[in-house]
Design a binder for this molecule. Structure first.
Ligand code: LLP
Length: 411
């Protein structure tokens, strides 16, 4: 979605300069075409297995953005009552929504039950009992799928590894069997699947191979117990290539591994929960340079976007490609930093950029996942605007927050 044409920076064929002039900066720019391309690529990789693709809303929960995926037949993976409402508002069918998270409140459980979601990914025995109680009050049966933590090293950043011993997520395979037996005894619980999520930005097939055999073993242990598994959900985590030339996950390889497991579980459908894979490439954060500065021999380009807009570099040392408005010119080694009063406030460090002057634009690409959705008002900065480009036209899909709105909820 990002390219130079005639030396000018373009986003999905539209001049970055025009978009910045019309909508202001910092600005999140999304591309419908790219999301659909990524979805098509994913579907092609899985071929005849045709998994239910439950898009992980946390990656980018903008309603217009999510509508693209609901319209294309995806389900949703959610982790809060807010995300349930967002998913429904974006047109995802309740029967295709799976709900994860270690801390579902009673209100959230009730909301999910009333809206008749596809399954609760249960993360503890106490949560199971809470779901049972709420389902009993409503006189309904809650569909559940224990979230399995099979202690598999995902080989990713420790902040985004979720399927290892020591993480708060999921239950051990042994505990999952106990939960399943418990559910079998209840009139208000029904085990419909098994779920797991290894972590995020995983580029190797090894952890998925281990996960699939763990799920297969568990499914075999449940055979004859009276539990009919409708799905096996292997979560998301499929890596994208942030710093060009990095490793990505071999989706076709994953599909052929999954095929074997699914053969061993007749009657069950494969579910996957990609967030980043579908959304990262489809978003760019556009920002304008404010000042240049050199301090102790180090060059800084200070721009109007900051860690409150894109937290990934500060939180995970993530490396997002930076595209300067002017592609040519003598390059200099520069840190690209925001106005926030923290040394962690950088968008890129020590990158080679052509001389960029105050007023010039820069675009941070691969920012469609965990960009705006993780943004905050830190340093009392209103959140950025979001636009979506569809069929060559840009439209505002979330207004820029105003200074007035910052104080709005305070009394
Ligand atoms: N399913 C569950 C239960 C999850 O917790 C997540 C992400 C996903 C699916 C989607 O994972 P993905 O396919 O997007 O990797 N803020 C971090 C990522 C945190 C991911 C949290 N869970 C980042 O910016 O890298």
């Amino acid at each position: 979605m990002i390219a130079y044409r005639g030396g000018r920076l373009q986003l999905e064929g539209l001049p970055a300069k025009r978009l910045a002039a019309r909508f202001g900066t910092p600005l999140y720019v999304y591309s419908r075409k790219t999301v659909l391309e990524k979805l098509a690529r994913m579907r092609a990789a899985f071929g005849g297995l045709s998994p239910l693709i439950c898009y992980a809303l946390k990656a980018n929960s903008n309603r217009a953005f999510c509508r693209i995926l609901s319209g294309a037949g995806c389900g949703a993976e959610v982790v809060s009552g807010g995300e349930i409402l967002r998913a429904l508002a974006a047109g995802f069918k309740p029967g295709t929504i799976v709900y994860s998270g270690v801390g579902k409140t009673r209100e959230e459980i009730r909301l999910a039950l009333r809206r008749k979601i596809m399954a609760f990914n249960v993360e503890s025995r106490e949560e199971l009992f809470a779901i049972e109680r709420e389902a009993a009050k409503l006189r309904i049966v809650a569909p559940i799928s224990p979230r399995i933590n099979a202690d598999i090293k995902a080989g990713t950043h420790p902040h985004v590894a979720t399927g290892e011993a020591g993480n708060k997520f999921g239950v051990s395979p042994e505990e999952a069997l106990i939960i399943t037996r418990q559910a079998l005894r209840s009139r208000h619980l029904r085990v419909v699947g098994l779920q797991s999520h290894l972590g995020s930005q995983i580029a190797s097939l090894r952890p998925y191979r281990e996960l699939l055999s763990a799920l297969e073993r568990l499914a075999a242990a449940l055979k004859g117990s009276g539990t009919a598994l409708e799905f096996l959900d292997i979560g998301g985590g499929f890596a994208v290539d942030y710093d060009e030339g990095g490793k990505i996950l071999d989706l076709r390889g994953l599909a052929s591994l999954a095929k074997k497991t699914m053969k061993a579980c007749p009657g069950a459908r494969l579910v996957i929960e990609p967030g980043r894979y579908l959304s990262a490439d489809a978003g760019v954060l556009l920002s304008r340079a404010l000042y240049r500065k050199e301090s102790f021999g180090r060059k800084f380009l200070i721009v109007d976007a900051a860690m409150n807009d894109l937290a990934r570099p500060a939180l995970y040392g993530a490396k997002h490609p930076v595209w300067p408005e002017k592609k040519d010119g003598k390059r200099e080694k520069t840190d690209v930093v925001g106005p926030i009063c923290e040394s962690a406030d950088f968008l890129a460090r020590g990158i080679w950029l052509p001389k960029t002057m105050p007023g010039d634009l820069i675009a941070v690409s691969k920012a469609g996942a965990y960009g705006f959705s993780m943004s905050s008002q830190y340093n009392s900065r209103p959140r950025a605007a979001e636009i979506l480009i569809e069929n060559g036209k840009a439209r505002l899909v979330r207004q820029r927050e105003t200074l007035k709105e910052l104080l709005g909820p305070e009394i």
